[in-house]
Ligand binder design. Structure first.
Ligand code: AMP
Length: 249
């Protein structure tokens, strides 16, 4: 289990070090997760990291952590990024790419990584390919989670996130033991600003326009594995593990 990993190197960037980095593995999992907002990528990333090792590298979590920083510690680009995020729009590529490049060492983590929410545009995928080359790592697979739009809306409206450790719950399908309280760290569970209905439709459009083309991009490179995201998180996780086993064969 890897729940103790605070992901400080990724979330804070700069010279920060993780307090409990994942154990070094002989064949670390190095995965990229794709899928529309609300499809359950964050939950699956968390389960993969807890059970298969690896570290969850979510760009959305970096932006959310920046929200709680003192404004004087934020660069102007980061401040602007938070405005895009509040509206449900994609943050400009240049800002995201700089943020990821600064954290490039996380790609070399001996425990592996699960990229969650990055890349989201073809330009980001191209920049990521360069980062992989620079850090001499290669992804094992790109997992694309698929779910009908009506189910996505239901999932987003019930989603709750821990203010402190960012763990993800759902009021119906994955409730915390005590309502409103995180099972992992006791933090307060909140609804993300960008899970409000008006931001959700903007995010869905951004996904269709900018992120969906990545399926073709990775298909052409022989990396794409598409998985149905219907059912419980455990069912989806089992499908994921099975697909990974097959792709490794
Ligand atoms: P997520 O938690 O992955 O759904 O991300 C939340 C929000 O952060 C998105 O709606 C975007 O505003 C922003 N964001 C996160 N990752 C990216 C990315 N790779 N490119 C552009 N914007 C991003």
């Amino acid at each position: 289990m890897n729940t103790q990993n605070d992901r400080a190197a990724w979330i804070k960037g700069g010279l920060a070090h993780c307090n409990h980095p994942p154990h070094t593995r002989r064949k670390p999992y190095r995965l990229v997760l794709l899928g529309a907002p609300g499809v359950g990528k964050g939950t699956q990333a968390e389960m993969i990291c807890d059970r298969l090792g690896a570290c969850q590298l979510s760009t959305g979590d970096v932006f959310r952590a920046a929200k709680t920083m003192c404004a004087c510690d934020r660069t102007p680009a980061l401040g602007e990024a938070l405005d895009f995020m509040r509206r449900g729009e994609l943050v400009p590529d240049q800002t995201v790419l700089q943020l990821v490049a600064e954290r490039g060492a996380c790609l070399e983590c001996g425990g592996g990584f699960v990229l969650d929410g990055f890349p989201r545009t073809v330009a980001q995928a191209e920049a990521l390919a360069q980062l992989f080359a620079m850090h001499q790592v290669a992804p094992k697979a790109v997992i694309n989670y698929e779910l009908p739009r009506e189910l996505i809306i239901t999932r987003l409206s019930g989603r709750r996130t821990c203010e402190q450790c960012k763990a993800v719950f759902h009021v119906e399908t994955r409730p915390s033991r005590t309502p409103g309280v995180c099972d992992h760290c006791g933090g307060k569970l909140i609804q993300r600003e960008d899970d409000r209905p008006e931001a959700v439709s903007v995010r869905m459009e951004a996904y269709e326009r900018s992120t969906a083309p990545l399926k073709d991009y990775y298909e052409r490179r022989g990396l794409l594995i598409s998985i149905s995201a219907e059912g419980t998180p455990e069912e989806i996780f089992q499908r994921t593990v099975q697909a990974l086993g097959k792709s490794a064969a």
